[in-house]
Design a protein around this ligand. Structure first.
Ligand code: SAM
Length: 234
């Protein structure tokens, strides 16, 4: 837990905050309580923030918290489905945290302006990470860096993403571990182990239902990932 000015960010949101570029304007999509935006503004790391939510209840939480800290001139709470109510010129860094990977992909696909060079995405999916990485790769959004983090005994990943027209990663492990193999910290290593466990469960299902091609493809991925783990244990 990092504690500044009475706002506590958990490890997951703190890692998202660390990826934000300083002195920029940000939007936090699905901000719920707006803690991330409040923390960034209180610590003078960003110029301006918009905290959005699709639902009225969470948006009112944001309004209440922004008022409590007297930050109405620096943070705007705005109701929006994804980026639908955000103008491209308003923000540089876009944070989408605490949602499923498929929803994150859907939100990105509806905002073509995210392909502008100056835009930076910070993504923290709660599920379907491989589907999100596949979507990003297909659409030429490059995962510039990625880092795992442990919070409340669960391991999460945070991706820093930019659009690059010619980018495509052909590595077959990329959808599963993204850039986490670049630097085998304890957290990244824990994430890879979790992926292996999840894939082994998936494999059981494929074997039971006699899906031979899928079984053999996934077995190959598991072997490759186990190789990374073994090399690290040496
Ligand atoms: C689990 S909370 C995550 C809150 C915070 N971002 C975090 O990571 O701690 C997910 C929030 O996203 C909001 N949400 C879900 N779908 C959304 C969408 N399409 N556009 C904006 N907000 C959305 C929900 O209402 C909820 O407040």
């Amino acid at each position: 837990m990092k504690n500044f000015y009475n706002i506590k960010l958990d490890n997951r949101l703190y890692l998202c905050a660390k990826k934000v570029r300083q002195e920029k304007s940000i939007v936090d999509i699905g901000a719920d309580h707006a803690y991330l935006a409040i923390w960034l503004v209180l610590n003078k790391l960003v110029r301006h923030a918009i905290a959005t939510d699709i639902r009225k209840g969470p948006l009112l939480n944001s309004v209440h918290n922004i008022k409590k800290f007297g930050l109405e001139d620096k943070i705007e709470a705005r109701r929006s489905d994804g980026l639908d109510e955000i103008n491209p010129y308003e923000v540089d860094d876009i944070i989408i945290a605490g949602m499923g990977g498929e929803l994150i992909a859907q939100i990105i696909s509806r905002a073509d302006w995210l392909k502008e060079k100056s835009k930076h995405l910070i993504l923290q999916p709660m599920s379907s990470e491989s589907e999100l990485r596949e979507f990003l790769n297909r659409e030429h959004f490059k995962i510039d860096s990625e880092q795992a983090i442990i919070d409340n005994n669960k391991v999460y990943t945070v991706m820093s993403v930019f659009f690059e027209e010619t980018f495509y990663n052909f590595d077959k492990l990329y959808p599963y571990i993204g850039r986490l193999g670049d630097n085998l910290t304890f957290e990244n290593y824990s994430y890879i182990k979790k992926v292996i466990k999840d894939l082994k469960n998936k494999l059981k299902g494929y074997v039971l239902t006699k899906q031979l091609k899928k079984s053999s493809d996934i077995s190959e991925i598991i072997l490759e990932l186990e190789k990374i783990i073994k090399e690290n244990e040496r």
